[in-house]
Design a protein around this ligand. Structure first.
Ligand SMILES: Cc1ncc(COP(=O)(O)O)c(C=O)c1O
Length: 364
């Protein structure tokens, strides 16, 4: 059988980082304890005890928390609600997570890219975009910590400036933060949500990167007064979420398994990141450059020659995959040709080393 390609494309955890046996035990225990109501329709906003856990962590009323079927479906609900209420262009970082770009493009939404540099979203560029036209944008979508795809983290100073700007311009923000807790070194800056207080910033995260993606459990912390409409959108889209999945996570948390599991995940990822960095340092050509994220799943490689898409074809032939940078910009924008996203979350360290050495060979 031919060997499976080495995937730096999959932004997914390695299977060994998923605590399957413990989750199975939690599912069994909570299903017996809750009985038939766990298998019935229920509140569109999700399983009560898990909403309460999230609410406590973010110091808000549980009524402001809506659990969604993964963070991504929550994005569909959020963007649908915002664009209906406040039609306008959507501001995104360039590069940004490709799936929201596709969701917005499918709806015919105007997407405006606000440039980033190595330190994340550029507040001056955001200010210039807000001054460019009197028409209000619908909202800003940002991933300030261990960004997908770039792995970059916005420093505290810039966060403060972004908060000033959104207050000045009455700009709603969706802060997407599934990777923030997956920090294996350094100190976490405050979230935009914490700095701003949650009046204009909606915060979303997910248990996909801290527990298991297949449980499809994300959450939104909405500004006071906005959770009801959001929850109604969830109800009219899927009636209610799968409570067994959410209750399994709640049981896992109640058993005190969240922090120990997160440590296990971080240890597994740190070693993978280090293997990728060592491989690049050893073998990448001098014209290439990359960052050293303190957490998350990804790093961003600049080739210095505009050839990322062409490299992908050759890499696939050599048994290595990644996602070319252009996929993280609006379709047809011509941006991102120099860069590529390397996910180190999925492969074991020996295959990471092998994959990077094959890539470097192609770049030589
Ligand atoms: C930035 C970002 N947001 C949201 C998601 C969606 O996660 P999920 O739908 O599994 O909660 C991902 C997944 O890769 C992501 O990288």
């Amino acid at each position: 059988m031919p060997e499976a390609p080495i995937s730096f494309a999959r932004g997914a955890p390695a299977l060994e980082l998923i605590p399957a046996a413990e989750l199975a035990d939690c599912a069994h225990a909570v299903a017996l304890a809750e009985g038939p109501r766990l298998f019935a329709y229920g509140p569109g906003g999700g399983y009560g005890p898990l909403r309460e856990w999230v609410a406590e962590r973010h110091r808000v009323d549980p009524g402001r928390v809506v659990l969604t079927v993964g963070g991504l479906l929550g994005f569909v609900l959020f963007s649908g609600e915002m664009l209906a209420r406040r039609p306008g262009r959507v501001l995104v970082e360039g590069p940004t997570y490709d799936r929201p770009l596709k969701i917005l493009a499918r709806e015919g939404t105007e997407i405006v890219v606000v440039p980033m540099d190595e330190e994340g979203l550029d507040p001056e560029a955001l200010e210039a975009e807000l001054a460019r036209t009197p028409e209000q944008p619908s909202f800003l979508y940002t991933i300030p910590t261990f960004q997908n795809p770039s792995g970059r983290t916005l420093p505290s100073e810039r966060r403060r400036r972004v908060v000033e700007l959104l207050e000045e311009h009455d700009l709603p923000v969706l802060e997407d933060d599934p990777y923030g807790l997956v920090r294996y070194e350094g100190t976490a800056p405050p979230t935009l949500h914490e700095l701003e207080g949650g009046g204009r910033v909606t915060y979303t995260s997910s248990f996909s990167k801290t527990v298991a993606p297949g449980l499809r459990t994300g959450y939104f912390v909405l500004p006071a007064g906005e959770a009801g409409a959001f929850e109604q959108r969830a109800v009219s889209t899927y009636i209610s979420p799968p409570f067994l999945a959410q209750a399994t996570i709640a049981e896992f948390l109640a058993r005190g398994r969240f922090e120990p599991n997160l440590s296990m995940v971080k240890d597994g990822l740190r070693g993978r990141r280090d293997a990728m960095l060592e491989g690049l340092e050893r073998a990448a050509p001098a014209r290439a450059s990359w960052n050293r994220p303190e957490g998350g799943y990804f790093l961003w490689l600049d080739l210095g020659n505009g050839g990322a898409a062409e490299l992908l074809g050759r890499a696939e032939a050599a048994g290595v995959t990644f996602i070319a940078g252009r996929d993280f910009f609006p379709y047809g924008s011509g941006l991102g040709r120099d860069s590529l996203r390397l996910a180190f979350s999925y492969e074991p360290v020996d295959r990471i080393a092998e994959g990077i050495s094959r890539l470097a060979g192609l770049l030589a």
